[in-house]
Each structure stands twice: as structure tokens, then as C-alpha cells.
Design a protein around this ligand. Structure first.
Ligand SMILES: *[C@@H]1O[C@H](CO)[C@@H](O)[C@H](O)[C@H]1NC(C)=O
Ligand SMILES: [Cu+2]
Length: 184
């Protein structure tokens, strides 16, 4: 039974490891977050597939640029006056927490209009972990059965009932072996 529990735990653990580390996407690739070179951020975004839990890494010279997350309307009109979030370190790893579109622009005058803006469409996290949860439940119940089967094998036999006792014993061992075989 314990081996079964360990197996279930291992599978659940592997599922969690597979989904807990988000990918990091550097915005603009080697160009980074800039107005130099007319980087096509729309093209960059369309070449990547973002999932909830991933990160968008914006790298830039903080003396000349910043990073604002804004609403769709503000993204379209390049309005930097009412951001949802503001970043200004020059090396901002922005967590893409929720599925759906996320809008970013540079708040320095004229930069958004010059094309320093990006829409990142985030898909739901592809997760196997939740579907594994029900498999954990049945394990404890079968543990009780095997211990009661072992108990029937222990009573001290009287000389007369030797045959009956040894039959009980083999049935008990049989049940234990049968249950054990289910685990492997
Ligand atoms: C920028 O941030 C990323 C992710 O947080 C980190 O791995 C990297 O070392 C940072 N680079 C600099 C120059 O600080
Ligand atoms: Cu800028």
C-alpha cells in the first residue's frame, strides 16, 4: 500500500514540477524595449505563445524609457496618464498572471506613437495537476482491508482445530498477497 501511495505522490509531484516553472520571454528579443530600429513588437508577440504563469522580460535604458501596463483603450490611444501598473528599473520581469490580453507601452513622450507598445495575449496555463487530485483518495481504504485479513491469520489454534486454523491462515495470506499484487 505504501508503495502505491509513493507512486501517486510521485506522479502528482511530477505534474506540479511540470507546470510550476513559467517561461521567460524577452520582449523584442535581442533589441529589447526600445524605439531604436523600429522593432515590430506585434510581430514579436505573434511569434510566441504565452501562458498564465509565464514572464515577459522588458530590458531598456531607464533614462530613456519606462514600462506601463495599461487598459485596451489607453493602449490604442497611447495614453500614459492612467496606468494599471508602472515599471522603471530597466530590467522588469513582468508576471503574466491571468489569461487574456495584456497591454504595455512606454510612457516617455512620443515613444508609444513611434511603436514602442505591445499587446501580449496570454492563454490559460496548460496544467495536468488538478486532474491528478482524485487519484489520491482511494488509497487509505484498501489499507484497512489488508490489516483485517492479517488479523484472521493470528489466532492460536487448539489441537483439534489445527486443519481449520491453517486454512484460515492460507486464506489470510492469499488475501494479503492478492491485495499486494494490485499495488504493483
Ligand atoms: C534581469 O532580470 C532577469 C530576470 O529577473 C535576470 O535573470 C537578469 O540577471 C537581470 N539582468 C540584469 C542585468 O540585471
Ligand atoms: Cu521609450
Amino acid at each position: 500500500m505504501e508503495r502505491m501511495d509513493m507512486l501517486v505522490a510521485l506522479v502528482v509531484l511530477l505534474g506540479l514540477v511540470g507546470t510550476s516553472t513559467g517561461a521567460v520571454y524577452k520582449v523584442g528579443d535581442s533589441a529589447g524595449w526600445t524605439t531604436i530600429g523600429n522593432v515590430n513588437y506585434g510581430l514579436w508577440a505573434s511569434k510566441n505563445k504565452f501562458h498564465a504563469g509565464d514572464f515577459a522580460l522588458f530590458t531598456y535604458n531607464k533614462n530613456f524609457h519606462n514600462l506601463l501596463e495599461v487598459s485596451k483603450a489607453d493602449y490604442q490611444s497611447c495614453n500614459a496618464a492612467s496606468p494599471i501598473a508602472t515599471y522603471a528599473t530597466g530590467n522588469d520581469s513582468v508576471p503574466l498572471k491571468t489569461a487574456g490580453p495584456h497591454y504595455f507601452l512606454c510612457g516617455f513622450p512620443g515613444h508609444c506613437a513611434a511603436g514602442q507598445k505591445v499587446e501580449i495575449n496570454v492563454q490559460k496555463a496548460s496544467s495536468a495537476a488538478p486532474s491528478m487530485a482524485p487519484a489520491v483518495a482511494p488509497a487509505p481504504a484498501s489499507g484497512d482491508e489488508s490489516s483485517s485479513a492479517t488479523a484472521t491469520a493470528t489466532p492460536a489454534p487448539t489441537p483439534n482445530k489445527n486443519g481449520a486454523a491453517s486454512t484460515k491462515f492460507s486464506v489470510g495470506v492469499g488475501i494479503v498477497l492478492f491485495l499486494a499484487s494490485l499495488c504493483f
